[in-house]
Write a protein that binds this ligand. Structure first.
Ligand SMILES: [Zn+2]
Length: 431
């Protein structure tokens, strides 16, 4: 590792400790204080963009820095990954030496790789917001409180199925090994770590919950569960909440580090307003602006994620926080959307509602090919009857029309080895 990178790592740890209380306090600021804070940060990023970033230079005369408000952002176009990938240096500050930058790669399971340079304290800010998310439930935790983490870890054959990150005090358990054979190791780690926080993918927490339930084991020590990176299905949430009886808070973010949002104990997704600005376009795509990235300013960046819009704007959350609530929930990535005959997109929530009717289905995976045909894999809690399968087929045809449909009952829905996640819906349809 280069000396400058080692120093950066160290200074990011220092920054985490110095800044944590300030970030923690931000969640209780008033709406006007939050707006002022955002205006200041946006103004500084836009000044850098129009003076030093080739793509944004033509907008210098258009932005009113004298009477600046958040509305100035609307003068800039929406940009997307393809546009940036075609000419990345056009989007990076001219006064930065590209060879010395540190990068964050996006790990998407499909599409070409894409990487974004990180601003100096980017890693620390991720860690800080990760810890702050825990305080959105009923309980407060100190920085470096222990947490069990069932994600982002795939041990190789023969390696231990847990590892410790001492700096963050995370106790990782493999999401690939949640079964009867390894359960004693899981229980030992819960016990030893004394964690009150459990972090994971919705699917990994769900599978663990089913296993513990089946074995009649209770783990009352857990007070807060944080899920992220996959769709939180209503079925998952119901099973998880009923068993653990604690706050189950979902988190949304992307690898590009533009915006993040997390649920509070009342279920609202609060945008981290000190981190980014979130807009929805007319098709409810999330358009994100980073308030931190001053190396490659990502301004009005099309994330390819679709939100479930709010029914009422400007709702006040019962939790008392005035951090904005940009959407009701996340529908999925754009490549998670299914299409009916005629290539009309169908909201995935329709399928989640359909799957709710089949309590004996443990997990499912729907793949739509380019010709719109559907292959569906399902795993069972209890054996499905022929009537269940017929009803499932009828339900899918009702939503997608008369597309070719194959249903396979499988033992397990596997995790993707590249991304670690379990995809629920995958579409190869080009629109
Ligand atoms: Zn709230």
């Amino acid at each position: 590792m280069k000396v400058s990178h080692a120093l950066n790592k160290l200074l990011n740890i220092v920054y985490t400790y110095l800044k944590y209380n300030e970030y923690l306090g931000f969640q209780f600021k008033s709406a006007s204080e939050i707006r002022l804070f955002q205006e200041k940060k946006l103004k500084s990023i836009l000044k850098i963009a129009v003076n030093k970033v080739p793509y944004y230079k033509p907008y210098k005369s258009k932005i009113d820095f004298e009477n600046f408000s958040l509305n100035e952002l609307q003068k800039l176009p929406v940009v997307n990954k393809d546009l940036i990938r075609a000419n990345p240096t056009n989007f990076i500050r001219e006064d930065k030496d590209i060879k010395n930058l540190r990068w964050k790669s996006t790990s998407g399971s499909s599409g070409e790789p894409f990487k974004v340079p990180k601003n100096y304290f980017s890693d620390a800010i991720e860690v800080i917001l990760g810890y702050r998310a825990w305080s959105f439930g009923k309980f407060d935790y100190k920085l470096r409180a222990p947490a069990i983490v069932i994600r982002s870890f795939s041990p190789k054959e023969g390696e231990p199925i847990y590892k410790r990150d001492i700096i963050r005090n995370f106790w990782y358990l493999s999401p690939y090994h949640i079964n009867e054979v390894y359960l004693p190791i899981f229980l030992e780690v819960f016990n030893k770590s004394r964690s009150k926080v459990l972090k994971g993918y919705p699917s990994s927490v769900y599978i663990l919950t089913l296993l513990l339930k089946k074995q009649g084991i209770k783990l009352p020590q857990i007070q807060t569960i944080i899920t992220s990176s996959e769709t939180m299905l209503p079925k998952y949430r119901r099973v998880i909440e009923a068993y653990w009886q604690c706050d189950v808070l979902d988190w949304y973010g992307q690898n590009e580090r533009t915006i993040t949002a997390q649920q509070c104990a009342y279920g609202s997704y609060h945008n981290n307003d000190d981190y980014g600005i979130c807009e929805l376009d007319e098709e409810n795509n999330i358009i994100a602006t980073s308030l931190n990235n001053d190396i490659m300013p990502l301004l009005r960046y099309q994330t390819n994620d679709k939100a479930i819009p709010l029914q009422h704007e400007n709702i006040r959350c019962k939790c008392g926080r005035q951090m904005t609530i940009p959407f009701k929930g996340i529908e999925g990535r754009q490549d998670d959307i299914l299409y009916k005959q005629g290539k009309q997109a169908i909201p995935t929530i329709n399928f989640y509602n359909l799957m709710e009717k089949f309590q004996n289905i443990k997990q499912f995976y729907i793949l739509q090919e380019e010709d719109l045909s559907i292959t569906m894999d399902i795993s069972e809690n209890e054996p499905l009857t022929q009537l269940d399968l017929d009803n499932l087929k009828a339900g899918i045809n009702q939503r997608l029309g008369d597309v070719p449909l194959t249903i396979n009952v499988v033992k397990n829905i596997p995790r993707n080895k590249q991304t670690d996640k379990v995809k629920i819906i995958e579409s190869k349809v080009k629109v």
